[in-house]
Design a protein around this ligand. Sequence first.
Ligand SMILES: [Zn+2]
Length: 96
Amino acid sequence: MTMDETDLRLDGNAVAGMLAEMSGFEMTVCWGACAGCGTASQLGAALVYAHGMGVVACCPNCGQYLLRVVRGEGRWWLDLRGLAWLQLDEQARVAG
Ligand SMILES: [Zn+2]
């Protein structure tokens, strides 16, 4: 019997559990890379603009947005298309 991708496939609960573990980080010291120019920077170095119900964080090198967060009507929207990757260091986990 050969192993194919269905042997590696999990259901949505697996990723939901991992995402739940990703809360409680001090995000300003976490690193992210711009999907536009590839520059890696700590989120604390991003250029942040408030707009309406949320904020936009932009790349300090090229100005493209990295992420957008909007809060309203009891919901949060998170747009991460501007990030190639985001690194959450366990050292940056806030106690509590
Ligand atoms: Zn950039």
